[in-house]
Design a protein around this ligand. Structure first.
Ligand SMILES: [Zn+2]
Length: 287
């Protein structure tokens, strides 16, 4: 079992400690594609999966979801969350127990989901769909003082519902002066890099677990593809995710790191529960 850098009380203390550096952008990897982002008094939670619901769901099947890493924190203990987002409907990105706990601990939290999934998400979370904020690819909205731009994600294709709305999304978050791109689950699709070049992306968060037919799950970027995509969209730094959660669906970050190094792409491989800080000196002027 992988032991995170920080868990429970120590992780929560580190999150609080970030308030002493209000101008920096702080983020923590919470497992799978889940990240907590903190800037000034803003807190954004992206795709949190902080339960064992998939392990329980598949326990008696031929597709066991055996956890490889210890849970970093009980989601009921995450407070002062302004915005929580889901990139798509799969449980590791839209987890009922996690989101329900976050909403209970943060009654005012804005919950952002793809418009195509709003009804499904409302049912999973047992709330009225009015409780959820929706967005579709190509749209921009500002909620909880965070501006969100939605782009399509291809898991493994760009799928749309009957009304043409994307079922899988990536988000560019503008948090104060910083922009963070979280791709959701995706492979690379035509035009992806071109549209992302519209933003000056300080941090790109990309999956690296790749795709293989025998896994019977929709696939993602491989590590080398993630590193190259980050370089092409001129990301300030790229952080890999979507590994070290389930034994049947993981990867090491070695290929990612090697490719990023070869491409001259700045990257950071985080441990679970580890903080990453960008200080204002790292803010780049637009080019
Ligand atoms: Zn996933």
């Amino acid at each position: 079992m992988i032991v995170p850098r920080l868990v429970d009380d120590r992780l929560l203390a580190d999150i609080e400690d970030a308030r002493r550096d209000p101008d920096g952008l702080h983020l923590w990897w919470l497992g799978q594609s889940g990240f907590l982002v903190h800037w000034r008094d803003r807190r954004l939670l992206i795709d949190p999966y902080l339960s064992d619901s998939l392990t329980e769901k598949y326990a008696a099947t031929d597709k066991p979801h055996e956890r490889m890493s210890q849970l970093v924190v009980d989601p009921a203990r995450l407070d002062a969350i302004d915005l929580v987002t889901s990139s798509h409907n799969h449980t590791d990105h839209l987890d009922g127990p996690t989101l329900t706990a976050v909403m209970r601990a943060n009654p005012e939290v804005e919950v952002l989901v793809p418009a195509a999934n709003r009804q499904f998400a409302a049912e999973r979370l047992a709330v009225s769909s009015d409780r959820l904020v929706e967005i579709d690819a190509g749209e921009t909205l500002t909620t909880a003082a965070i501006t969100v731009h939605a782009v399509p994600a291809a898991h493994e294709a760009v799928e749309r519902d009957a009304e043409g709305r994307c079922r899988f999304l990536g988000y560019v978050f503008e948090v104060g002066p910083w922009s963070v791109f979280h791709s959701g689950d995706t492979v690379r699709y035509p035009g992806m890099a071109e549209q992302l070049k519209r933003w000056r992306i300080d941090v790109a968060i990309l999956p690296i677990n790749g795709r293989a037919a025998e896994r019977r799950v929709a696939g993602n970027l491989w590590g080398d593809e993630a590193a190259r995509l980050a370089h092409e969209i001129r990301a300030g730094v790229v952080i890999p995710c979507h590994y070290d959660m389930f034994r049947f669906n993981t990867a090491t970050p070695d290929l990612f790191a090697r490719t990023a190094r070869e491409a001259g792409q700045t990257f950071r491989v985080l441990e679970l529960g580890e903080r990453f800080t960008l200080s204002p000196a790292k803010l780049r002027s637009s080019d």
